[in-house]
Structure formats: C-alpha cells, structure tokens
Design a protein around this ligand. Structure first.
Ligand SMILES: NC(=O)c1ccc[n+]([C@@H]2O[C@H](COP(=O)([O-])OP(=O)(O)OC[C@H]3O[C@@H](n4cnc5c(N)ncnc54)[C@H](OP(=O)(O)O)[C@@H]3O)[C@@H](O)[C@H]2O)c1
Length: 248
C-alpha cells in the first residue's frame, strides 16, 4: 500500500506514533521517525523497521519550534527524499484539571503547542507536496475534539482547533492533489494513559461497544488507510477509532 512513498510521523518514538511508523514501513513506506527526547526509543523503532527489511531514520525535533522543524525537514529531504505522507501525531502535554483550576498559561501552552506543531510541519512539508501534486496529511486528533471530557478543556479545545485547521487545508489543498484527514482515537493504551487506574480502564472497556479500549496498532491501521491510495477520494474526513464509543 505504501511502496515508493516517503512518510514522516511526528512523535514516533512511543505509543501511537511508533505503531504508525512501523505499520507504514511494513507496507513499504520509507519512514522518518521523529522524536523530541527519547532518542533510544526512536532508534529502537528504526532498528525494528530495518530488521523487517524496511528503511527508516530517526530525526530529533521539538515540533513546536519552527527552526527545529525546518532543520528536520532538511535532514529528511537529504536522507530519504521528498515527503509524500505527513502524520501529525506528537502528543502535546497538558494538565488534566477542571476549568476552575486551570491556569491560562497551561491552557495557552496546550493550544499553541498543538497548533504550532501542525502549522510548522505543514509549512515545512506541504509546499513540496503541492509542487509534486501529490501528498497525504493525517492528523491524530482525539474523540475529545467533538465531545467534552471532565478536566480536558484544554485538550478538547486544542484538538478542535486542529480539526478545523485540517478541514481548511483539505479545502485549499484538494485542487493540488493533496488530501488531508483526521483520525480521532478514543482511550488508547499508551504512556499517556498509563496513569489511569486499571478499574477505570475496565469500566471504559465495558462501556465500549467492541468491549475493550484501544491499542496503538488500532490507530495505526486507521492512519495507514487514510494515508494510502485506498482512501484516494477521501479528504476533510474525521475517522473515530474508539471501538464505537464515538459514533458520528
Ligand atoms: N493515548 C490516548 O488515549 C489518545 C487518545 C486520543 C488521542 N491521542 C493522541 O494521539 C497522539 C499520540 O499520543 P500517545 O498516547 O501515543 O502519546 P505517548 O505514548 O505519550 O507518546 C508521545 C509521543 O509524542 C512525542 N512528543 C511529545 N512532544 C513532542 C514535541 N514537542 N515534538 C516532537 N515529539 C513530541 C514523544 O516524543 P519523546 O518520546 O521523545 O518524548 C512521543 O513519541 C497524540 O496526538 C494524542 O493527543 C491519544
């Protein structure tokens, strides 16, 4: 599904991003594995891809920083060539507290972090896609972008902004042959959710039509589909990956 394609996945050292990088590579893509701090983990993802017969490199950048994203794009172009697939996945941290206890500084950091990382990565990689008249962008949003969660006001607001940004790009870039879609995970077992108590996860699984919470590979499959030519007539889409918790 991905032979001849070059992909970059932001935040691919762990969790959903790591599973996505491996899944894209398993289908033939050459993959840039972005990370911020976890160099060893990113290199382990690369080693696993190479051991499976694929090609990948690890690239460090804090994707909230325009200069670091530009440097990363130059490294990727030099090592792998022009990027066809951009997966916006990096997880921008935020405190989980009710609105009344939220500090503006934390709210702002989440909003700007989420949107800067998407904006700067699109600035770096979209011009090449437009020039070559092909490309696919998949943003990893969250089911919380459309449904509130107690304590998640910053995350919900930031991911709603990400969704709106992606729809705007889908409209503007469609005539250039570039598709833009959103995948929206529900509760997924990663480091980001490891703080949740087992009882909470069991309750969430029971309340899920498919009777379990997600694993990173569930989301990776949805990203692979949206990124691939199998979704060639899909743009501006929003695909929940939640076992049926979120139905549109
Ligand atoms: N897990 C869930 O239940 C869930 C649900 C809905 C949506 N999501 C979304 O899914 C995406 C992935 O989440 P996850 O649960 O897989 O997270 P995770 O396991 O905590 O992994 C986070 C990844 O993001 C990277 N990262 C963090 N800040 C970064 C930055 N500024 N620049 C570059 N990379 C950065 C980390 O790199 P380092 O390892 O170098 O720190 C790591 O690779 C996020 O967008 C998240 O909002 C997750």
């Amino acid at each position: 599904m991905m032979t001849g394609k070059v992909a970059i996945v932001t935040g691919a050292s762990r969790g959903i991003g790591a599973a996505t990088a491996k899944r894209l590579a398993a289908h033939g893509a050459v993959v840039a594995v972005n990370y911020m701090n976890s160099r060893d983990a990113a290199e382990a993802v690369v080693r696993e891809i190479v051991a499976g017969g694929g090609k990948a490199i690890a690239v460090q950048a804090d994707v909230r920083d325009a200069a670091q994203v530009e440097a990363m794009a130059a490294t990727v172009a030099g090592a792998l060539g022009a990027v066809d697939i951009l997966v916006l996945n990096a997880s921008i941290n935020f405190p989980i507290v009710p609105f009344l206890a939220f500090r503006w500084e934390d709210f702002e950091a989440k909003l700007t972090g989420e949107l800067k990382s998407a904006f700067f990565c699109c600035k770096a990689f979209v011009p090449g896609m437009v020039e070559r008249k092909r490309g696919s962008i998949v943003a990893v949003s969250s089911g919380l972008s459309r449904h509130p969660g107690y304590g998640f006001c910053a995350h919900s607001t930031a991911k709603s902004g990400l969704d709106a940004f992606m729809k705007s790009l889908a409209l503007e870039l469609g005539p250039s042959g570039v598709r833009v879609n959103v995948v929206a995970p529900g509760l997924t077992e990663t480091d980001a959710t490891s703080f949740l108590k087992p009882e909470y996860k069991e309750g969430a699984a029971k309340a899920t039509p498919l009777q379990r919470i997600g694993v990173p590979e569930d989301v990776a499959g949805a990203v692979l589909f949206m990124a691939s030519d199998e979704a060639r007539f899909v743009t501006g889409g929003y695909l929940p990956v939640s076992g049926g918790v979120q139905m549109l």
